[in-house]
Design a protein around this ligand. Structure first.
Ligand SMILES: Nc1nc2c(ncn2[C@@H]2O[C@H](COP(=O)(O)OP(=O)(O)OP(=O)(O)O)[C@@H](O)[C@H]2O)c(=O)[nH]1
Length: 430
């Protein structure tokens, strides 16, 4: 059931209950009051009529009892409110809810009348003519005195017929009650629609915003209308959304910083500080991967170890700083002539290592000789006038060695041979 329907039903029930309670109580109270007033007046009127009747005729039977009394009553001034309506009224239908029409020939009430010995003269439909009034009924009976002598008793028990005027009042009141009920229902429906529309709109905005947040857009704003609790909820939601979005942004930023720092740290951990080439650890890890790949796909792989000749002498003769400059420059020459898929690293001291994936031994050896020649041909005199730098290299390309490390050891042995056989050369073996 929608919020709007619940609202309207609640207001409808409340309105109808309030109208029914107030109207019903008023109607019941009024009916009771009318009845008691009428009964009082009717009792007095009846008592006075009986007194006058008995005073005029001496006894009940003297003027043919009930028939004579009825005619006598009609000749007397009627009880207030019992006057016959104007002739026009008679042609109109009785007012709605007026109930049974008032009989024109009947008196508007029937009281119990007994003679001085409590024998019933008028039973009012309760007792039969001539029977003795019971003891209980005698207590409330009022004596009718003529010339100081009790001649009869009138009991207030009896039937009261409301007057036409009173019936009209009560009918008008019932009409007012029905109008009240209809008015309350219309008011409840209108109020229900108005109230639920405002509330439903804000709740709709909130639901949409929460869904959008769930979808990832954390910064949401819903309109804040009025100053009630729903408006407070909307304002609190806006504040929460703003704070969430800000916190999320800050977290993202710090996460990014951490990632960058981690990347930098990782990069530092795999780089050689002096030459900016990769270091030994990185080379060993990557060489393993390259080796496995080459074995699995039966692709060629060549590994190289290069060592600067007489580097100790360079340090000793020209200074350690010159030695560093030589290392940096050799590293740059190697790096700038590699493919992206090649792996080059400073292995330690004046030693460099290279892995050439997808490269057979002859191509690798030729490339190494080219690198060697470039190192030799570099204008080292720009670093120091007397400086000369050469490199010896060992190249190995047989995957049968079993591991990348074993291939490197074979290359190292070939490097040793290059050193032994005069340096500034490339030794290789398949
Ligand atoms: N300037 C400098 N020197 C280094 C660095 N790392 C190692 N060395 C030096 O490099 C020298 C290597 O000398 P050796 O191992 O005897 O080799 P070599 O003198 O090149 O002799 P061969 O390899 O036989 O040609 C040592 O003196 C080390 O101190 C470095 O980062 N900077």
């Amino acid at each position: 059931m929608s919020l709007r329907t619940k609202f309207m039903l609640a207001l409808l029930f409340t309105g109808l209950a309030a109208v029914a309670m107030v109207g019903g109580l008023a109607y019941a109270g009024m009916t009771k009051k009318v009845d008691s007033l009428r009964r009082e007046r009717a009792a007095e009127h009846f008592h006075a009529s009986v007194t006058a009747y008995l005073a005029q005729y001496g006894s009940w039977e003297a003027n043919r009892g009930k028939q004579g009394f009825d005619a006598f009553m009609r000749s007397r001034a009627p009880l207030a409110g019992d006057r016959p309506p104007p002739p026009d009224d008679e042609r109109r239908p009785p007012p709605p809810g007026a109930g049974r029409p008032e009989p024109r020939d009947e008196p508007p009430y029937h009281f119990i009348l007994a003679d001085q010995e409590y024998r019933v003269l008028l039973g009012a439909g309760v007792y039969n003519h001539g029977e003795l009034l019971p003891e209980a009924a005698r207590k409330n009976a009022q004596a009718v005195e003529v010339n100081g002598r009790v001649v009869a008793y009138v009991s207030p028990e009896g039937v009261i017929t409301p007057s036409r005027q009173e019936l009209q009042y009560l009918a008008a009141m019932r009409d007012a009650l029905w109008f009240g009920v209809a008015g309350a229902a219309v008011l409840a429906l209108v109020l229900g629609v108005l109230l639920s529309r405002g509330l439903g709109r804000t709740l709709g905005h909130l639901t949409g915003a929460v869904r959008a947040m769930h979808g990832g857009s954390l910064l949401q704003r819903v309109p804040v209308e009025g100053k009630d609790e729903v408006a407070e909820l909307a304002a609190a939601f806006n504040a929460m959304s703003e704070k969430l979005a800000r916190t999320h942004e800050e977290l993202n930023a710090s996460h990014q910083t951490i990632l960058t720092q981690a990347e930098q740290m990782r990069e530092l951990s795999v780089r050689d500080a002096l030459t900016k080439l990769h270091n030994r650890r990185h080379f060993d890890e990557q060489a393993c991967t390259l080796f496995s790949h080459a074995v699995r796909h039966k692709r060629p792989l060549s590994v190289v170890i290069g060592d600067i000749d007489f580097f100790k002498k360079i340090n000793d003769q020209f200074s350690h700083a010159t030695g560093d400059a030589v290392l940096r420059q050799v590293g740059e020459i190697l790096r700038s002539h590699m493919r992206l898929s090649d792996l080059v690293a400073r292995y330690g001291g004046e030693e460099f290592v290279i892995a050439f994936p997808e490269t057979e031994l002859p191509q690798a050896a030729a490339l190494c000789d080219k690198l060697r020649a470039m190192i030799e041909a570099f204008p080292w005199h720009q670093v120091h006038p007397e400086l000369k730098v050469t490199m010896s290299m060992g190249v190995y390309a047989d995957l049968a060695a079993g591991t990348a490390e074993a291939m490197l050891q074979k290359a190292d042995a070939l490097l040793y041979r290059a050193k032994e056989t005069g340096r500034n050369r490339v030794c290789f073996a398949a």
